[in-house]
Design a protein around this ligand. Structure first.
Ligand code: ADP
Ligand code: MG
Length: 367
């Protein structure tokens, strides 16, 4: 359906896309992931000609869309785009947002456009809001209207650019559910997203973009579980975990708790497990900070919280400086209340000496 060859894009001297090669077949759902600033948005914008590519070829069903004689508005209409910011017309009702395009650009009779519009609103769960104005809706509802509006133009492919990034965490899943439904119905889609779990289960293929290239592509199992290349591995490792450095007993506990909360929200981790992770981190840090540090009062503790999507498990890792020995060794502990609490929140505790540091690895109890 879409073939991209040697696509490049420069902004002045900044070479954002160097050499993009890709094919997207009808019915495929492609997730595009990668660090920010690597040109994911630029790639989507080049695909539907919102940005003019600097070089290369883009073909849609065999038609060269960069050819001078190409009918750009018609080509663009075949591709819907959904943005991070919903871009609804504020002065039009929800339904009018869905009918204005079909009436003006597709020359649909107004009654027919309204019927189709209502049907689409039903599909995204918002028929009740047909006559409301966009500012009466929540972010999640606005984005669902934006998706319905995009569908009202009968696109052959939809390009999503971080459709949930501007939303409150509580509204992410309602938007993802709509996109999942479109995937089930066989809609061809390319989705730039940071929602890794979603990308894993909705996509037929994943593009990992880095260095101006599609650095690695493959089925979700490859990219998320067995990435073949170093930068992919680093990226996947980073999005799956949170790091926090503690250098003294006066560390900022509230910052840590906030970080853990945000991380758990992002990965849709149940509140109980998130709470257990917070308490566990606090207790174990308490033990480590009361033990011998490298110098009086100074500590060097690296805390990592990692989430394994496959096993749906949270793991807390603490690497600390100090003489070899398990910091949770009962005989050395001043009070075993801490240990009781730790055992209560962790269902597996392991100790190892790694790179001259003590590593504690704890699996957070789920419920
Ligand atoms: P991503 O979506 O992966 O975060 P973008 O495609 O938005 O990345 O941007 C890639 C790079 O191109 C960034 O360094 C950004 O600053 C730059 N860039 C994007 N759009 C423009 C523009 N219109 N003019 C100049 N630089 C731009
Ligand atoms: Mg972007």
């Amino acid at each position: 359906m879409i073939r991209v060859e040697h696509l490049s894009k420069r902004f002045g001297t900044l070479e954002v896309l160097k050499d993009i090669n890709a094919e997207i077949q009808q019915g495929e759902v492609i997730s595009i992931i990668g660090p920010s600033g690597t040109g994911k948005s630029t790639f989507l914008r080049c695909l539907n000609l919102l940005d003019q590519p600097s070089g290369g070829r883009i073909e849609i069903d065999g038609e060269d869309i960069l050819a001078p004689q190409a009918n750009v508005p018609a080509l663009r209409r075949r591709m819907g785009m959904v943005f991070q910011s919903f871009n609804l017309f504020a002065h039009l009702t929800v339904l009018e947002n869905l009918t204005i395009g079909p009436i003006r650009l597709l020359e649909k009779p107004p009654a027919q456009a309204a019927n189709t519009g209502l049907e689409l609103l039903r599909m995204v769960g918002l028929a009740e809001k047909a006559h409301a104005f966009p500012d009466e809706l929540s972010g999640g509802q606005k984005q669902r209207v934006a998706i319905a509006r995009c569908l009202s133009m009968e696109p052959e492919i939809i390009l999503f650019d971080e459709p949930t990034s501007a939303l409150d965490p509580t509204m992410v899943s309602e938007v993802l559910a709509v996109i999942r439904r479109l995937a089930k119905q066989g809609m061809t889609m390319a989705i730039v997203t940071h929602e890794m779990e979603f990308a894993r289960d909705v996509s037929t293929r994943v593009f990992y973009m880095d260095e101006g290239l599609i650095y690695e592509e493959g089925p979700p199992e490859q990219i998320f579980d067995h990435p073949q290349r170093q930068r992919t591995r680093d990226f996947i490792g980073k999005v799956r975990s949170l790091s926090f450095t503690v250098t003294s007993a006066d560390y900022d506990l509230y910052a840590l708790v906030g970080k853990i909360e945000g991380f758990c929200e992002k990965h849709l981790i149940p509140a109980r497990a998130a709470h257990a992770a917070q308490l566990l981190a606090e207790e174990v840090l308490g033990v480590l900070l009361s033990g011998p540090g490298p110098a009086a009062g100074a500590h060097d503790i690296e805390l990592t919280l990692a989430y394994s999507e496959r096993q749906r498990q949270l793991e807390l890792r603490l690497d600390s400086a100090g003489p070899p020995g398990n910091p949770l060794d009962t005989t050395a502990l001043p009070d075993d209340l801490a240990l009781t609490l730790i055992r209560n929140y962790a269902d597996e505790i392991a100790y190892a000496r790694v790179d001259g540091r003590n590593r504690l690895q704890l699996r957070v109890r789920q419920g």
